[in-house]
Design a protein. Structure first.
Length: 148
């Protein structure tokens, strides 16, 4: 039924709940889990007074924090005995989930409910955008009390 499941994480408690639910489903159904974490590349910083050739310092890419988050989530999923692939994608988190879901021919995208209420709902949120643009089923996990 759900052989390929996509879930996103940014390391937040809300995202961890979504990953846990996606892991539970993948394990119960024998599916493969695709972990996705999106990032915006960090730009160079100009240091006043530095020589022109040394004026820019570049931050590590693809963002060391994102790689750490995805590595930790992948290790947790593997300990559950679920087949998992990790994807770090440059850009908007919702677009990243939709892109990986399309590439991997996902049957299901799992997202947390964070951002589904209040101003974020009006301005746009990851679960809102994914639910309106996905070409597969979407499960929105209730994470309202996460990180409160």
């Amino acid at each position: 039924m759900y052989a390929s499941i996509v879930v996103g994480t940014d390391g937040s408690e809300s995202a961890q709940r979504a990953v846990a639910e996606a892991t539970r489903l993948a394990k119960a159904l024998g599916g493969e889990l695709h972990l996705v974490s999106a990032f915006e590349p960090q730009r160079g910083v100009r240091i006043a007074g530095a020589p022109a050739e040394a004026a820019r310092i570049w931050a590590p890419t693809p963002d060391a924090e994102v790689q750490t988050v995805i590595d930790q989530a992948e290790a947790t999923v593997k300990m559950s005995g679920v087949a998992v692939k990790s994807h770090t994608v440059k850009g908007d988190p919702a677009d990243a989930l939709l892109k990986v879901a399309e590439q991997e021919k996902a049957d299901l995208i799992v997202v947390g409910s964070r951002g589904m209420h209040g101003v974020a709902r009006v301005l746009g949120s990851v679960p809102n955008k994914v639910s309106h643009h996905a070409h597969c089923n979407v499960l929105i996990v209730s994470t309202d009390d996460a990180g409160s």
